[in-house]
Design a protein around this ligand. Sequence first.
Ligand SMILES: [Zn+2]
Length: 362
Amino acid sequence: MSKLDDTLMMLKDLTDAKGIAGNEREPRQVMEKYISPYADKIEYDNLGSLIAEKVGDANGPKIMVAGHLDEVGFMISKIDDRGFLSFQTVGGWWSQVMLAQRVSIVTRKGETITGVIGSKPPHILTPEARKKAADVKDMFIDIGASSKEEAMEWGVLPGDMVVPYFEFSVMNNEKLLLAKAWDNRIGCAIAIDVLKGLKDELHPNIVYGVGNVQEEVGLRGAKTSTVKVKPDIGFAVDVGIAGDTPGITAKESTSKMGAGPQIVLYDASMVSHKGLRNFVVDTAEENSIPYQFETIPGGGTDAGSMHISLNGVPSLSIGIATRYIHSHAGILHRDDYENTVKLIIEVIKKIDSETVNKLIFD
Ligand SMILES: [Zn+2]
């Protein structure tokens, strides 16, 4: 791999960090390291969501730009007498992408133990079994321990988190980046870069770059962080579906990597706020920033929690079209990430109190 530039180093640090829902310390520390040079103040909610504040106009509206710190993974539920680990999925998994994948178990001491999700070789499967997807409840993690005692001597305990293992890679087309946990460290990166981009800019509002906890188990951290921030406008930035691989029909998704930020019109957690959505689309047009529309009837984002907090917060979810989300490795396009940062910065430069009052009833 050629030398990584500063942005790629940050993306590598963010995606390498290990943190499932309820275990976000490592990604939170990485996000804090990168966002604090551009923030006036760093705070947390009591569940661990990170809130970085940057004041443009102390009397202006509050704009919250939130990614989420947690990634999909597993939690150890039991260690059997032979040293194999039973686990609970944390976040939405499809069994077929799990078998024979390498994982890291993080012990209470913070040490990492390598494991693999066990599978039977085809040689001993019946013809019927070969045709079927394996059931998650029959799966286990093999860390190479010979007994329960040995696994525990290594520091492994029920409750420990298990995260996918994958090496951050820049692909042959250098715009394409392959990594674990794009969902949703890319949202955290966008929040960081938005504050960075506003460093020497005048903006008529207060901006909050937020890393929420526990999104993958039901948009939970966004509830507590939104109450803490009390925003007037909310953006959730998260991965979206890329529909540009073989087998995905236009009906399922027409989104393409590299075609711009996805403006999410509708998902299972929210109808996008029309006034805010129109404002963002107009801003993209004025600045010649590409964008695409997306609907995700089978998923939600933190905007789903943000918009129904407090007295209601006009919110929009903006997506980065990503291939193979909720598996060990996803691919996204660097231009989409950079255009999303650009779009949100242009929006923030324009949003003052008057704009907020107008768009609420648009
Ligand atoms: Zn997700």
